[in-house]
Design a protein around this ligand. Sequence first.
Ligand code: ZN
Length: 479
Amino acid sequence: MKYVPTIGLEIHAELKTQTKMFCDCLNDPEEKHPNVNVCPICLGHPGTLPVINQKAVEAVIKVGMALNGDIPAHSKFDRKNYFYPDLPKGYQISQYDLPLVFGGSLKGVRLTRIHLEEDAGKLAHDPDGKHSLVDFNRAGVPLMELVTEPDIKIAEQAVEFAKELQLIFRYLGVSDADMELGQMRVEANVSLKPLATSDSPLGVKVEVKNINSFKAVHDAIEYEIKRQAELLDKGEKIHQETRGWDDVHLKTVSQRSKEEAHDYRYFPEPDLPPLDLSKFNLGDIKKEIPELPQEKRVRFVKEFNLKPEQIEILIADREMANFFEESISELETEDKENLQRETELILNYLTSDLRGVMAEQGIGFHENKLTPENFADLIELISHGKISSRTAKDLLREMAEKGGDPNILLQEKGLEQVSDETALGEVVKKIIEANPAAVADYKKGKEAALQFLVGKAIGELKGKGNPQILQKLFKETLS
Ligand SMILES: [Zn+2]
């Protein structure tokens, strides 16, 4: 390409605080009834006074620290004036020149700032086009805005940055950051400049809004780079404007040009005192930052000898990563090879079977009745060939629901797998006598016949025969 793309991101995230930003109303994104969590403050009634939510300020400071930003000694809130039906006060309390965090970086992308503001309400438009309804439950919910420097060069890098940021928000417990639910919203500023004059100033910036998924982040940026390149190729000028991403037609559409851009007439919020951040206990906030995804990745590679893609599945959920680690620590084997095999068994049963059962039962790791200790016991039973994978899956389902020690459950149910070679040898002899045709096929070199015989033996043992040992015994007897 003849142009160098320059991309910067603005990311909003709703904070998971108990109450709203400036009042005691519940901050509950799950609330389905409109206008329940409202009061004169978040409805902007005259004569009311906002009070700053300390937890929201601390959450933003925590994010700033996790991303190596600077926390200034002083900060303040400002009024951003504009009219929109979902904004009851006629202005939004935001931060203009003194945000809570300056600088920082993530995945090689520098951050400009992070500030705190309040969210707006939600409009619902009647399909007949005659009415619009407004719900103020979300009005006044704490909203964090993070702005990057224009350091991003390609769409993939923007996606990688946004995904890692979402993971960090979740690790810090400040936001669930679900993009589909609008808890995290991405805007991309995209500009192109000719390659030949790469030290020239940046090209004209186009801001893309309404991006509601990681795929849309990627597609919207790719589309905008292509659109601008085609215009420049034709010798046309790029207009500074705001465009929206159309998820149905997969294109950006013009929303407003620079001439129509708002002048927000920011001024310091007169109802709130300036924030003296030196009064916050920054040391205590720092202590609440857990091991972050990147540190965990590096440590898991070293400690568990797993593939990067396996580790990625684990660390995508902090509770799951913790459960994995606690389960490993309960394993009793000293042998290195055994340990590696059981580690992989834990990983597989955890990320597929257990997660599947929990999804079916609609429970998370904190509601799961299965303890890491009992889970490790179950893995050892599988590893030592004492139970079949079918029995393991059944036990796992029961243990996730009700808890319990798998060794005791096994005895109670009489499900223990038969691995005793003498007992199995008797069954092998019996099956060979009863199936002469399959035996003849196997002797002619048909491997499938062996599986058939093993299956017959397992059936005879009501599912409790160890398939590996049975296979070995059949081979020995028939050789
Ligand atoms: Zn309120």
